[in-house]
Design a protein around this ligand. Structure first.
Ligand code: FAD
Ligand code: NAP
Length: 335
């Protein structure tokens, strides 16, 4: 097992922050993971888990041992005529996994096509797009506690899944390595085209098959989201705020054009609209720019975590001043 000291991580985070880990390892088996845990224990090093680095803001110097678990096994646990339950290694590329499922005739993840990252990170923020959250297909999350290597199998109902939330981001943050995820997928197509761009396409072309829907999602995403390989970014930098009905009514009377979506706990306002309304699309804060096509995305042109966070704070301050709404950051600090 190669445990590399002073390892550059610029190629391992989509904001392309020029970070260096004190130690970096890419174990592919549980045996190698245990070797890493022992290495860290002996040297009293903190452990951190990295997936594809598409939802993190990395510090310049990351103390301790950074683990990127690579296991990509895929095993059918159970199936009936209607559904299949599979167990997938945390290191599997997410989009590749979605495509593999579609090719097998296993449905439910098509709206989540083209989200960067790994299978192991998908439960961490309960990834979501176009009205579908991954929690609806997760049966259980398997992993180990970093402190003692104890294994766990957490049924989905105990994972604390919420809107871009889970216990893995909360009370278990930094404490576990997710090793595999169990999904239950349907063998019966049931496409979700509720979001406007997909609805428009369905009206034009007719209802899609799940595979066609995934292709539409890829097409729409490519048209407005910058490719991190060309324009380093971490996707949506802010979560959509959910305000009270009263707050919403006040805001709406001042901004009648403001889009909104009713939720169980209030009204969701698209954060991108708030930022766009302030004319910030295309505006630079140092070397960090608000993307021209999608105001929720910050593009990093060579800045450190400090530069990215400073730019994010400027956007947050502007939104607070104009709308009295506190935006919450989505990507995780990796420090
Ligand atoms: P990383 O960024 O490496 O890690 C994210 C967090 O998860 C970190 O805290 C890390 O410690 C933890 N983690 C990662 N792997 C493990 C593991 N095996 N065990 C324990 N903890 C782990 N997100 C959405 O929800 N919807 C979208 O539509 C979406 N679109 C995006 C578009 C772009 C262009 C980009 C750049 C990002 C987008 N994201 C989206 C955010 C991101 O892709 C997801 O959050 C993704 O799941 C992160 O996966 P990752 O492997 O890159 O995780
Ligand atoms: P969009 O279609 O421009 O819509 C803007 C926002 O309005 C979205 O964030 C979405 O909230 C909300 N919205 C739109 N239609 C809705 C509906 N019918 N019901 C409820 N909410 C609705 O969004 P976009 O930026 O192009 O992104 C499309 C999808 O991909 C969204 O679901 C978004 O979350 C996801 N995405 C996520 C990231 C990330 O990094 N997290 C990056 C890119 C795209 P929701 O975000 O709650 O869906």
């Amino acid at each position: 097992m190669n445990i590399e000291p002073s390892s550059p991580l610029k190629l391992f985070n989509t904001l392309a922050i020029d970070a260096v880990a004190e130690y970096f390892a890419q174990p592919a088996t549980m045996e190698e993971v245990n070797e890493c845990l022992e290495f860290a224990r002996v040297r009293k090093l903190p452990l951190k888990v990295l997936g594809g680095g598409s939802n993190v803001v990395m510090a310049d110097h990351i103390p301790g041992l950074v683990l990127k678990y690579r296991a990509q096994e895929c095993e059918v646990l159970h199936q009936t005529a209607k559904e299949v339950t599979i167990k997938v290694g945390a290191g599997y590329d997410w989009h590749q996994f979605v495509l593999e499922c579609l090719s097998m005739g296993w449905y439910g993840l098509e709206n989540l096509a083209y989200i960067p990252g790994t299978v192991g990170a998908a439960p961490v923020q309960n990834i979501g797009a176009y009205g579908v959250e991954v929690k609806k297909c997760i049966k259980a999350v398997n992993g180990i506690f970093l402190a003692d290597g104890q294994v766990f199998c957490m049924p989905a109902q105990h994972c604390g899944f919420g809107y871009r939330e889970s216990h893995f981001k909360g009370e278990l943050d930094g404490k576990v390595l997710i090793t595999s995820v169990e999904f239950t997928l349907s063998k019966i197509a049931n496409v979700q085209v509720g979001y406007a761009p997909l609805d428009r396409m369905a009206k034009e072309k007719g209802m899609p098959t799940p595979f066609e829907l995934a292709q539409w999602v890829v097409e729409v995403r490519k048209s407005k989201l910058p490719n991190p390989m060309q324009l380093p970014n971490a996707g949506s930098f802010f979560k959509n705020p959910v305000v009270t009905k009263e707050q919403y009514l006040n805001l709406h009377s001042e901004h009648p054009g403001m889009p909104s979506y009713a939720q169980n706990d209030g009204v969701k306002i698209p954060a991108g609209w708030l930022i766009d309304e302030l004319g910030l699309k295309g505006v630079y804060f140092g070397v960090v720019k608000v993307h021209e096509l999608q105001a929720l995305v910050l593009v990093n042109e060579g800045g450190s975590a400090e530069a990215v966070l400073k730019a994010a704070q400027s956007v947050r301050d502007a939104v607070k001043a104009a709308f009295n709404i506190e935006l919450e950051q989505e990507p995780r600090l990796f420090i």
